[in-house]
Write a protein that binds this ligand. Structure first.
Ligand code: TYM
Length: 365
């Protein structure tokens, strides 16, 4: 009840916060420190305005199918992601947590936005360009891709259109703030451009310009194997990332094997010492302090091994309670499903109202 009232009486000052995550099963540390940790914080009353924000967090299953998925695995991964998000601290009383495909207006708005978005804007997106480089348009069937994981997909329309669906996600709720990692900034910029284009085309002020909320030090958590590239689910090496459900001994071993350098002592120099800087950023985020404070606290630590053990210990301390909660929630399927259903209901109430306004603005009503 409380939530419903908050949704319908959004004041000028209250923020509408929205973000999404792909249903990869279990988030990795990059997802957590780059985005989900912020989602959790942003549920609280805004310390500056003292106004409670309205929060929408989605499992973006429609985005997931832009790459081939096995249906049963997709279903299972969505459930696992929901349990992980709840265990990380998404509070269903304060946020609508839902599956994107449960709100049909996402697809409807994406279509309308498709009809005004210039193709050239999408052709410039780096994510599309990098996928195009990898794939080189292999002419293979969907069934072949599903049968052989080593094959990269021939490029599909849905993948090209991915950023328009993401713009639709954001604009559908008239979101004002979008907490994401740095890799989403180009997508967010496009959403802003599309908002402006829609407003100008249809002489309306329907869509506000969404602002990104990007954490300063963990906007790009790097791979543990190669600190020049970001930590990612698609990296074939599992030791390049910490998964939120990695056991303490796995966490310790991955951190111990993390690529660093032969320099003695711990300093913060992302250019010259990217591996060490990545670990400093991780430790700072997990302890909720600055990189400078980490460096001060390890002034007398000479060995990287000792420092790595400190990082591993802090991570274990942070992740074990989350892991316990994931386990508990996995055994309470009914509860998780009920949360997702209630989340979709809350989201639909707003989305259906807003899509009608869009239809009117465009002349479809
Ligand atoms: P996805 O699922 O790839 O990632 C979810 C969130 O995790 C962040 N992230 C990282 N942050 C720091 N360091 C890393 N190594 C790292 N890896 C991932 C991402 O920036 C993201 O915030 N397109 C989006 C999902 C999406 C969305 C939206 C987001 C769909 N619709 C609307 C915001 C608003 C994606 O694929 O995120």
């Amino acid at each position: 009840m409380m939530f419903k009232r908050a949704l319908t009486t959004t004041t000028a000052k209250s923020k509408t916060i929205l973000s999404g995550i792909q249903p990869t099963g279990i988030p990795h540390l990059g997802n957590y420190l780059g985005a989900v940790n912020n989602w959790v914080r942003l549920q609280d009353v805004d310390p500056v305005t003292q106004v409670k924000p309205v929060n929408y967090y989605m499992i973006v299953d429609l985005h997931a199918i832009t790459m081939p998925q096995r249906p049963d695995e997709l279903r299972a991964s969505k459930f696992d992601m929901a349990t992980a998000l709840l265990a990380c601290g998404i509070d269903p009383e304060q946020s609508a947590l839902f599956e994107q495909s449960r709100v049909r207006a996402h697809s409807e708005l994406a279509w309308i936005l498709n009809c005004i978005t210039p193709v050239g804007w999408l052709g410039r997106m780096t994510q599309w360009k990098s996928k195009m480089d990898v794939s080189r348009e292999k002419s293979i069937s969907h069934a072949q891709i599903l049968a052989d994981e080593s094959l990269t997909s021939g490029l599909r329309m849905g993948l090209f259109d991915y950023p328009v669906l993401m713009a639709a996600d954001i604009l559908l709720y008239k979101a004002t703030h979008v907490p994401v990692g740095e890799d989403q900034t180009q997508h967010l910029e496009l959403a802003r451009d599309i908002a402006k284009l829609f407003n100008t085309t249809f002489k309306t002020r329907l869509f506000p310009k969404p602002t990104g909320i990007i954490p300063p030090s963990t906007k790009r958590v790097m791979s543990l194997r190669d600190p020049q590239v970001k930590m990612s689910k698609s990296d074939p090496s599992d030791s390049s990332r910490i998964n939120l459900t990695d056991t303490p001994s796995v966490i310790q071993s991955k951190i111990r094997r993390a690529t660093t350098d032969g320099v003695r002592g711990i300093s913060y120099d992302p250019k010259e010492r990217p591996g060490v800087a990545n670990l400093v950023d991780i430790l700072a985020a997990v302890r909720d302090i600055s990189a400078d404070q980490v460096i001060q606290s390890v002034a007398d630590v000479q060995s990287t091994k000792v420092f790595k053990d400190m990082v591993a210990e802090a991570l274990i301390e942070k992740l074990v309670p989350i892991q316990k909660d994931i386990e508990r929630l996995r055994n309470d399927r009914g509860y998780v499903e009920q949360v997702l259903q209630a989340g979709a209901q809350k989201a639909n109430a707003v989305a259906n109202e807003n899509i009608e306004q869009v239809y009117k603005a465009v002349g479809l009503r």
